[in-house]
Write a protein that binds this ligand. Sequence first.
Ligand code: SER
Length: 338
Amino acid sequence: MRKSVILITGANGEVGHGLITQLAQQDTHDILVLDLHPLAPELRPLVKRWLTGDILDQHLLQRLMSEYDISMIFHLAALLSTRAEFTPEVAHRVNVEGTLNLLHLAIEGARWRGESVTFLFPSSVAVYGVPDLATKTALPPLKEHEYTQPTTMYGCNKLYCEHLGRYYAGYYRQLAAEPERFGVDFRALRFPGLISAATLPSGGTSDYAPEMLHAAAQGQPYACFVRPDTTIPFMAMPDAIDALLHLARAERGALRQQVYNVTSFSLSAAAIAERVGAAFPGAQVTFAPDLRRQAIVDSWAAALDDSAARQDWGWAPQFQAERAFADYLVPRIQARYT
Ligand code: SER
């Protein structure tokens, strides 16, 4: 008998750390993880099996399918927005072809198990592309269908994968004589910039917020790569994990869309620097905008409208700005570096 497991790709990343810890506590399924790098030692006791490998390796994915009954996939592996601009074609392969491979694994797996496979996909505020700063400033929080003209490879990749997921969930091989009876139950979240106390992101363009905090906690100076007025939505990592788990558990019938915005608080870089300065009195934050990374952040929504998630599956963040800093980020980051 094959064993029923939850598969997590990109498990070593920021979201993976928190997700593995939470899923292991729930103890409902065995966890199988895949990452390009060996799983962090502290996470290893929490999972059934960890594999070092590439989501572009078809043989590896086939092997996983033959060995395990995968009932749910959290597909977290991706190249983030800054890194993707250095190697756009590689980003396309990892972000799009990798997702396609996982969707294929899910639909094949569903056929074998005679039941759909739930597929959780973290999308991003990067799918938005507002034309200029004046428009951005004047706009109300954006709904899922508004201004989806991303200017980054990463944003394009995420937006297209949202569509791929919708296709696999509802239209896969729609002209075949026998329709797919069991398929992919695709659920995507558009995250704002995520801030974790446990890990630092790598290769993102919203990284200035976590970098500022982690630098201050270590007594290091930090030159912020965007202007002080730069505003985008953010979320503390525990809320991001909560959102993923919440959406994974939601009743299929309650979900009126495949893709949901989620957000916690929108802050300017200056406001973040102020909170960092209050928490770490020696903090040395300066502003040295990198005009090209600035343009990317300027094209992202200043705030997201997550009312659909609130209505359909009861989304409600636990950490608004005040609590995120006072109860999670500051104490946890302080503890991390002392
Ligand atoms: N935080 C990500 C990035 O900056 C966006 O999803 O690339």
